[in-house]
Design a protein around this ligand. Structure first.
Ligand code: GTP
Ligand code: MG
Length: 197
């Protein structure tokens, strides 16, 4: 898919205030610092369309980006950031789950996972919750540039085995790097295909 325009539309914490039109949207979710905002910039080939930071907890609201005037990418706050206070952590979780449960325009969530780490309970639990709530999702393994090919292959195998303990099959997944653009064509191609179905 050729990107002809990408514009920031709005930030808010209330799903009821998100854009009212019926354009399809895709949301990025995952642990703080996994690379959600960076991946949006990589896909759109824009340096700072979405705000990124080396410190976790940068994105704190639901952010809508209108792409090619006909679909939205949504950047969400991360979950599992231990250093925010307990009450504010709860708020994140509530409005994140609210967003996924209530947002009818949502076509699919992408759960981002850092390819360097072994399976983390919080990600596995979040995907279980998505499954139970019947919210379609795919996985994106991020930061692929940080691993040698063999280590990447091994980690993907370990992740697949772990998923197969609870899932009948491994969900569709992509492998990306915001640093070198790996996975960009595959991911945009996938979204394009769904949008044109
Ligand atoms: P929150 O908004 O806090 O939830 O974080 P986020 O998931 O949006 O992460 P963000 O995109 O802000 O990136 C976090 C850090 O990881 C930044 O320092 C990025 O430069 C770095 N980073 C993100 N993606 C990649 C990648 O693919 N490769 C490498 N090497 N670094 C990355
Ligand atoms: Mg972010």
């Amino acid at each position: 898919m050729k990107i002809t325009s990408a514009e920031f539309v709005m930030s808010n914490s209330d799903v009821a205030k998100c854009p009212k039109n019926k354009l399809p949207e895709y949301a990025f979710i995952g642990r703080s610092n996994v690379g959600k905002s960076s991946l949006i910039n990589m896909l759109m080939q824009r340096k700072s369309l979405a705000k990124t930071s080396g410190r976790p907890g940068k994105t704190q609201l639901i952010n809508h980006f209108l792409i090619n005037k006909n679909w939205y990418l949504v950047d969400l706050p991360g979950y599992g950031y231990a250093r925010v206070s307990k009450s504010s952590k709860k708020t994140f979780q509530k409005f994140i789950t609210n967003y996924f449960e209530k947002r009818q325009q949502l076509v699919l969530g992408f759960v981002l996972i850092d390819c360097r780490h072994e399976p983390q309970p919080i990600d596995l639990e979040f995907m279980e919750w998505m499954g139970q709530s019947q919210i379609p999702f795919s996985i994106i393994f991020t930061k692929a540039d940080k691993l040698k090919p063999n280590a990447l292959t091994r980690n993907l195998e370990v992740y697949t085995q772990k998923m197969l303990e609870t899932w009948e099959e491994m969900p569709l997944y992509f492998v990306t790097s915001a640093s070198n653009g790996d996975g960009r064509d595959e991911l945009l191609g996938y979204i394009n295909q769904i949008n044109s179905d």
